[in-house]
Write a protein that binds this ligand. Sequence first.
Ligand code: NAP
Length: 493
Amino acid sequence: MSRHRIVVVGAGFGGLTMGAALRAAGIDDFVILEEGDDVGGVWRENTYPGSACDVPSHLYSFGFDPYRDAEVRFPDQGSILGYMRAVADRNGLRRHLRSNTSVTSATYVDADGTWTLTTADGQLLHADAVVWAVGQLHRPAVPDLPGAHSFTGRAFHSARWDHDADLTGHVAVVGTGSSAAQMVPELARTATTVTLYQRTPPWVLPKPADRFGPVSRWALAHLPGLHRLYRAGLYLGADLLLAPITREGWSARPARWLALAHLRRQVPDRALRDKLTPDYRIGEKRILVDSRFYPALTLPHVELVTDPVDRVTGDGIRTVTGTHRHADVIVWATGFRAPEFFSGITVRGRNGVDLHAHWAERGRPEAFFGLAVPGFPSMYLIAGPHSFTPTNSNPSMKEHQVRYIMRCLELNARLGAPTAVTPAAMAAYRRRLDAALARTVWPGGVRSWFKLDSDGPVTNPWPAGARKFARLLDAHAPADAFTAVPVRDVPAR
Ligand code: NAP
């Protein structure tokens, strides 16, 4: 059994930000539990060929430890993971990290206002506060298709890449999200054929070159402050140009024109273009930023199949039209069970209330500022419900939440007691959130991981710009929404 002031669960972007903030505040009594063997979160898990980020590197980094490179404009998986490892080293987080440690349950102890966590290997940890940084895109969603178990080749999810699989034969990819779009051009280099099964065509915006040109390289290397200015410009630009796309109306038109022009330019064949033309509003799903996906689809050995998949056979995939296509390898690029926050973890708050039961009663997962739940004192979420930005920097969103969580921890220390967000504050926030969500294209839009069961209530994205999220949290005093929770024996910390 070990005892800590704070237990952080997860060592991806969220856990690293939290750890760095605790260290910066002089708090050393914390541990970061990570179920994998190192830091990195999704960037450690997604090792599929072509795995990369369609958000510029400078934007996709922390404000407290910014990315400074004059070469790479868009990072690949390896460079993001390298950056995250360097952040862990530079900020002294390694000695707080306990890897290969998977949390299975967390229980609030009413008697003394602390949390007890259990791990898969039977460890017990006690903490005054727990911070969940377990991410949204971590639990693979693999469709339960008839015949899937009869397949004799290799079949695996995009985030669980089988590096022993032979990719020189016939490769089938199911799904056309960001992961599929990035891997198809790479798979097409080695495979005899690539068959891509598309259910819904994505909206795709052009992606600039991955590397800076000579002038930008020189300027970034020599002009003081330019990295910071560039990052600030990207942050502002994403908010001004991309965030409005997710709202109804004229603000989405320029992006729609750009995406259709990109498709026309890259796919000369009319029939293929028709298959790739979305028939829903841009922004309803996460938009892809990619300039290699469409050209790969025009290659003679790459086929785009739009007939729905009927079943998997011993050696391929059959569609509802009865056509069978041979496959040696099937890649499920079918996304993640993102709305199932805390899937596989039992969390019990005050009076033993189960978090999943609480959310089921509320009709969806929800949290105050995406980070606190009434009845769950001194428990904080990073990247909880409605705090993912589909149009800006998610590392920044996590930093905004961590700043607020740090102020909550200060409040607890000041009051000498655990605090919980009040139901009234949550209800007021929910009303405000719902009004903002109603102005987006998500409710009633196409199926996506933004919504419970793909087409239920919106659960994951934040419905406005990242700056608005930051302003909202920075301007808010935790004492206005959180109250002390009475305990018999308050821990003396
Ligand atoms: P995704 O965007 O959720 O896409 C999953 C795809 O699988 C969709 O095209 C979906 O079709 C399809 N699908 C699911 N079940 C299916 C079935 N039974 N039959 C046929 N098709 C099926 O997943 P992802 O591509 O892994 O990306 C997930 C998220 O990860 C992204 O939205 C993004 O936030 C993040 N990501 C980011 C980057 C980056 O560059 N920043 C890169 C990779 C991933 P429907 O649309 O019809 O449901």
